[in-house]
Every structure is written in C-alpha cells, then in structure tokens.
Design a protein around this ligand. Structure first.
Ligand code: RIB
Ligand code: CA
Length: 320
C-alpha cells in the first residue's frame, strides 16, 4: 500500500531515452509533486531496457524507493521495431554506462500498477506520459472507470501545425502506437497534449550542457553526458549542436512550473490507418485564427505556446 502524499501524486510512463532521463531528473527535483511510480514502455528502447535505465537513474539519485513497473514490449497493433538507436544510442541513454544497481522492477505490469496507484490515491493521481501510450491504453482496457480516478493527464506527443519527426506528419510517441494514442485521447479525462510545436522550440545549448557536465550532483553530470549524444543527432535539425526538450517540457507543464499561454481545448483525432498519414494527430484548430478559443465539448488542451522558455528553469532544477 502506497502511503498517501500531501504533494500531488504523479505516475510517469516513459521509454527512457535521453530526454526521458532529463524529465525524470527534473521531476525528482520538483517540489510541486511526488513521483509515486514509474512505468516503462518500448519506444526509444525496449520497455525492459527503459526500466533498467530508469532504475539506474533512480539509484544514482538515491531514490530507490520509487517503484518501477515494466510495461508493454509491443505496441497494440505492431511488434516493437527495435527503437531509435540513432537518436538515443543503443542503450537509450547515449551509451552512458550508469553504475550497476540491485534495484529491480516490481512484479506488476505498468498498466496494473497505474490502476492500483489510481485507486490508492483516490482520484488525486496525475499521469504524465513521455513515450508511446500503450500502457495507458491497456490500463483503460483493463479498467474503463480509470479516468474517473485520475485528476489529469499530460502527454508529450503529436504535432498540430508542426511537422512530424518520424514521418512528415507523425511524432514518435504517436507513430509508435497510434492505436493506443487514439484510445488515450478518446478517454473522458482532462488531457493536456504537449506537441512538437512547442517542444522543438525549447532547446538546451552548449552552455547548458557545460553547466551539467560541471555539476556537483552525479545525476546532473550523468544526464549531461547523455546529452552529448543527443546534441550530435540534432545538428541536422538545428544546424548546431543543441537538443530539443520534448519530455522535460511536458514534465514542467504538468507540474505547473511552465504555463501554457496558447492552449485551446480542441478535438484531436489520431490517424491509425496504414496510409501515409499514420500517426498524425489531427487537431481541429479551425476556430483559432483570432486567438485561443475552446471548442464546445472538447477535452484535450493542445499547448501551442508557453509563458517562458524552459532552458534556464530546467537547468536550475537539474543543478539544485
Ligand atoms: O518525439 C519525441 C518523443 O519521442 C520523446 O518522448 C522522445 O523521448 C521519444 O520518446
Ligand atoms: Ca520519451
């Protein structure tokens, strides 16, 4: 039985890659919330590898008390494709070898764990997803009443006006399991979608990397070492060594430290066909020409702008 916490309880679902690692480190340093559990899913790496990465990160941070559950290896409709080694490295964290740990995942699957946490935290649990959402869809299939016990969902994924990053229209977390994304987006819970439109505009630069590598905290130095690999990948996108901050931005918006400024409630559907638009998030932004306008009956908040850049705030928390 998880002891109830006075801080906002958060369940994180991730495919611990490099920006996932940044988001985990950020959440561990965020006083607004209590990270009560982590589930892993295949995406950047396999769910099992993501769990190993996550446990090593937690051990490095002295937070072996946070349970980690391994989730789905395969997507709902397709087998795991081996991950994104060219982006996150073969082990998912830029080839960085974190210290061994005797921490192990719990016996429950991530979907089962999520359902239990929602029950134990009696409607206060907040969910942050920063990978494909297979576990979320499986949890909803196991317990259709789950949305009634979840206070809020924040999901990094999709693209509204922005191009995709796996195909011209599909963002990786949606592309890897569009069927699951369709299930999550259609569930009756308040959901904030943090798409590439805002995450690609928030970067870490060489000075941030230098700050992390010079940090006293071992975890800050470790995520700095991971970022070096990520920077090399992003040269083709930014024309310089830098990195997008996809998952940390979703985490910072979820905790309330970064505020959405242009974030209308609109209908969002996912293309789960086998055609060229597979994985596209089709956001109904037809009424947005004069500014953010909520669509009647819509329950998905699509973040298209934020109150400030993430970089300085993120670095400050990672170094704290
Ligand atoms: O498209 C970016 C997302 O895909 C991030 O969550 C990254 O970690 C990968 O999972
Ligand atoms: Ca991720």
């Amino acid at each position: 039985m998880t002891e109830p916490t006075s801080r906002r309880p958060v369940y994180l679902d991730c495919d611990t890659g490099i920006d996932d690692a940044l988001a985990i480190a950020y959440l561990l340093a965020s006083p607004e919330i209590e990270l009560v559990g982590i589930g892993t899913v295949s995406g950047n790496v396999s769910a099992a590898q993501a769990a190993d990465n996550t446990l090593r990160i937690l051990a490095l941070a002295g937070r072996g008390d946070i349970p980690v559950a391994v989730g789905s290896h395969d997507a709902l409709a397709r087998a795991f494709d081996g991950g994104a080694e060219h982006v996150h490295g073969g082990n998912g964290i830029g080839g960085v070898e974190l210290p061994d740990t005797d921490l192990t995942p719990i016996a429950e699957s991530a979907p089962e764990f999520l359902i239990r946490l929602a029950e134990e935290h009696a409607g206060r649990l907040e969910v942050i997803t920063i990978g494909p959402v297979t576990n979320i869809a499986l949890a909803l299939r196991l317990d259709q009443s789950l949305p009634g016990r979840v206070a809020a969902v924040t999901a990094m994924g999709g693209a509204a006006f922005a191009s995709g990053n796996v195909t011209p229209v599909a963002e990786a977390n949606i592309w890897n399991d569009p069927e699951a994304a369709a299930v999550m987006l259609s569930a009756p819970w308040p959901l904030t979608l943090v798409p590439l439109d805002v995450t690609v505009e928030n970067t870490f630069e060489e000075e941030h990397l230098a700050g992390l590598l010079a940090a006293e905290k071992p975890l800050a130095r470790a995520v700095g070492a991971m970022l070096g690999y990520y920077f090399d990948f992003y040269v083709d996108l930014y024309g310089r060594r830098a990195s997008a901050l996809h998952d940390p931005l979703a985490a910072a918006i979820a905790v309330g430290a970064i505020l959405p400024t242009n974030a209308p409630l609109v209908d969002v559907v996912v293309d789960a066909t086998a055609g060229p638009a597979r994985g596209q998030t089709i956001c109904d932004l037809r009424g947005q020409r004069l500014g953010p306008v909520d669509q009647p009956g819509a329950h998905i908040r699509v973040v298209l702008g934020t109150d400030r850049p993430l970089d300085a705030h993120l670095l400050e928390r990672l170094l704290a």
